[in-house]
Design a protein around this ligand. Structure first.
Ligand code: G3P
Length: 217
C-alpha cells in the first residue's frame, strides 16, 4: 500500500520523506490556506521534494475553467496529479485531462456510485473521504470495501486513494481491504510506529543491558 502525506507543510513532508515513507503528497484548498503560501510556489516546492504524485486541486467549479486551471497546474512539474471534485463538471474535466495524458485525482467521493463514475471517466485516483463519513455516524470503511469490490468486479485501474484518514485504525483497515493508497496527515503516519508494549519491552532491554554491562562496540 502506498503512503501519501496529506499536507502542504514542507518540513513535515521532508521529515517523512527522509524516512522513506512518502510515495506521494495530496493537498487541497484548505491545506493550501493553512500553509499560508501561494499555491503555485508551495506546490512546486513539494514537487521538487518528492518523486511521487503530488495532487494539486483546482479552484473552479465549471469544466472549462477546471481544465484551464488543471493545465496550468500540470506546467508546475511532471509529477502533478490534478485534483477535481466529484461533480459532473469535475468528471468532464477528468475525462479531458486524462485524455491529454494527465494524472487526475477525483476527490470528495462519498458513495460507490460516485466512485464508479470516476473510474468510467478515467480517473487515476479516487479519493473517498473516510473520516467525514464517520463524522455523520456512517462507517467510512464500508465505502472503501464497496469500491474495492466494484473496481475488482470490472477490472477498473483507478487507484483507491483512501482519504480523510483520522486514525491508525483507518490505515490498518484500508490495508486489510486493499486500498491502493492512503493519504494521511503527518501526525497519523508518525503514530503508526507507536505501541506501549514496544516502549515497555525496550525499557526492559535497556535496563538489562545496563545491569549486565552488555557492549557491542
Ligand atoms: O485529502 C482530504 C483530507 O485532507 C480531508 O481530511 O480530516 O479534513 O476530512 P479531513
Amino acid at each position: 500500500m502506498k503512503f501519501f502525506v496529506d499536507t502542504a507543510e514542507i518540513d513535515a513532508i521532508a521529515e517523512l520523506n527522509d524516512l522513506g515513507m512518502v510515495d506521494g503528497v495530496t493537498t487541497n484548498p484548505s491545506l493550501i490556506k493553512k500553509s499560508g503560501r501561494d499555491i503555485i510556489e508551495v506546490t512546486k516546492e513539494i514537487c521538487d521534494l518528492v518523486s511521487g504524485p503530488v495532487s494539486a486541486e483546482v479552484t473552479a467549479t465549471d469544466a472549462a475553467t477546471m481544465i484551464a486551471e488543471g493545465r496550468k497546474l500540470l506546467e508546475i512539474a511532471d509529477n502533478i496529479a490534478v485534483k477535481v471534485p466529484l461533480t459532473w463538471d469535475g468528471l468532464k474535466a477528468c475525462k479531458t485531462l486524462t485524455d491529454d495524458g494527465a494524472k487526475v485525482n477525483v476527490t470528495l467521493c462519498f458513495s460507490t456510485n460516485q466512485a464508479l463514475l470516476a473510474a468510467k471517466a478515467g480517473a487515476t485516483f479516487i479519493s473517498p473521504f473516510i473520516g467525514r463519513l464517520d463524522d455523520i455516524h456512517l462507517d467510512g470503511m464500508d465505502l472503501i470495501e464497496d469500491i474495492r469490490t466494484v473496481y475488482d468486479n470490472y477490472g477498473f485501474e483507478t487507484e483507491i486513494l483512501a482519504a480523510s484518514i483520522r486514525s491508525v485504525n483507518h490505515v490498518a483497515d484500508c490495508a486489510r481491504i486493499g486500498a491502493d493508497v492512503i493519504t494521511a496527515p503527518p501526525a497519523v503516519i508518525k503514530s503508526l510506529a507507536g505501541h506501549p508494549l514496544t516502549d515497555k519491552g525496550l525499557a526492559t532491554f535497556l535496563a538489562d543491558i545496563a545491569a549486565a554491562g552488555i557492549k557491542i562496540l
